[in-house]
Design a protein around this ligand. Structure first.
Ligand SMILES: [Cu+2]
Length: 478
């Protein structure tokens, strides 16, 4: 493609040339009088203690602590290294990662590296619980092409939802040596979640037999207070004309976010397993539980104006337990346009990278995975039962069918896959995914290659209450 063709495509995506802009290479200075208590803060990065080249060695401890989530209130939480969200694991393709994990919680836990292609022993699945006071070393190497946004969270049997709700979740950012997006773009990490509080600030977990508890069991624990990086309604400053790169993670137990900024579009550039081949302009972004998206957000407002990032109504529910206010948009964060002069234009490449197709003609097995109310293929999870056996090296096509009237976000551990079609309608673009929403009464088909890493891998619904009640099965690759 010629350079002018590239530029034209970008203009078509992003609007008029005047609206294309990037910030200065440096972070914008904070004004001395600005109250920054409501500014979106990124979690700190984990410190690398290794001196070996291409090795990232970090220490991670889960422990009870007290933190303020609601302004003026203190909550008893679980936190990684005392932070909520936990510190970000920032690594590069090709790096060897060594995590020295300590469980200082009063309960058993694990750390699952969501979306990572890694050895079975380092997956942090329920097969490798760490008792209170216990330690475990997780090791894995990031393969070429894996740059993207991932996350880590506990995955103990039956207790994942509780431990994530208590505060255990953090981001993983894998960087590429040849990232095609301009390095000058201001990058923001947005870890979306929600929670429920008692008047004194304590986290609220209802009696499972109460009506609220039974609704949580059905819908998943969807909560009224929406959090971004553990804070309520933070502010992102954006310079008029600036283009920011947002990495967004849905870490909530059950809330599906349908993100929109009134009157403007996003340019989506990536998802679970990294960048798309080509940017796609989107009016809104649906991000189900455990999915990630990478977005370019353009500062299209005037100096001094504000707007909001919203989550629009999305009906994932059965009618009986649909929340009364489900059809109301909710504000997620405030976007505030600075009074600086407009940022100079920036060009976004029309082609981001090439994603090699998994060859579907090599598929030797076709499987049907049926999702129903709390069940996968009609069964609840049994740790001593292997549900699906796949040959190491095999290419398989999986058809995941949701036969009930509620959405179920489906996640496969250990292996990124490529979605082929939904309800028989082919996917237009090739993308690496580890989690997909399967809406009520819909079917999604994907191709996956079990190219490496024999072992026992989980496949499950990522509504955490469903998962914890057994909506999970075991794949053995051998
Ligand atoms: Cu489910």
């Amino acid at each position: 493609m010629t350079p002018s063709a590239t530029l034209l495509t970008v203009l078509a995506l992003l609007g008029s040339p005047a609206m294309l802009a990037a910030p200065d290479a440096r972070e914008l200075p904070e004004g001395p009088s600005r109250p920054d208590s409501d500014i979106l803060l990124s979690p700190p990065s984990l410190a690398n203690i290794s001196r070996v080249p291409r090795t990232v060695e970090v220490k991670l401890t889960a422990a009870e602590t007290k933190l303020s989530i609601l302004p003026g209130k203190i909550s008893d939480v679980f936190a990684y290294n005392g932070k909520l969200p936990g510190p970000t694991l920032e690594v590069r393709e090709g790096d060897r990662v060594i995590v020295h994990f300590t469980n200082d919680l009063p309960v058993e836990t694990t750390v699952h590296w969501h979306g990572m292609h890694l050895p079975y022993e380092s997956d942090g699945s329920p097969f490798h619980p760490i008792p209170p006071g216990g330690k475990r070393v997780y090791t894995f190497t990031l393969r070429p092409g894996s740059a993207g946004t991932y996350w880590y969270h506990p995955h103990p049997d039956h207790k994942t939802g509780y431990q994530i709700a208590k505060g255990l979740y953090g981001a993983i950012i894998v960087r590429a040596p040849d990232d095609p997006l301009p390095a000058t773009l201001t990058e923001k990490l947005l870890i979306l979640s929600d929670n429920r509080f008692q008047p004194d600030g304590a986290l609220d977990f209802p009696d499972p037999h109460s009506s609220e508890g039974l609704t949580d069991r059905e819908n998943g624990r969807e909560c009224a207070v929406i959090l971004v990086n553990g804070r309520v309604m933070p502010t992102i400053d954006i310079r008029p004309g600036e283009v920011q790169r947002w990495r967004v993670i849905n870490a909530s137990a059950a809330r599906i976010f349908r993100l929109a900024i009134p009157g403007q579009t996003f340019v989506q550039v990536g998802t679970d397993g990294g960048l798309f081949e080509k940017p796609v302009e989107m009016n809104e972004i649906l991000i189900s539980n455990s999915e990630r998206v990478e977005l370019l957000v353009r500062g299209s407002g005037k100096p001094g104006e504000t707007t909001v990032l919203q989550t629009l109504p999305y009906d994932r529910y059965v009618p009986q337990t649909r929340p009364v206010d489900w059809n109301k948009p909710r504000d997620v964060l405030k976007l505030r346009y600075t009074t600086q002069p407009p940022a100079p234009p920036v060009v976004i490449p029309a082609m981001l990278r090439s994603i090699p197709a998994i060859d579907t003609t090599k598929a030797t097995v076709r499987r049907n995975i049926t999702l129903s109310a709390g069940l996968i293929n009609g069964k609840t999870m049994d740790m001593s039962r292997v549900d699906v056996t796949a040959k190491l090296g095999a290419t398989e096509i999986w058809e995941v069918e949701n036969i009930v009237g509620m959405d179920h976000p489906f996640h496969l551990h250990g292996f990124q896959f490529q979605l082929l079609d939904r309800n028989g309608v082919p996917e237009k673009d090739r993308r690496w995914k580890d989690s997909i929403n399967v809406p009520k009464h819909e079917t999604a088909r994907f191709v996956v290659r079990f190219d490496n890493h024999p072992g026992l891998w989980m496949l499950h619904c990522h509504i955490l209450d469903h998962e914890d009640h057994g909506m999970m099965a075991i794949l053995e690759v051998k």
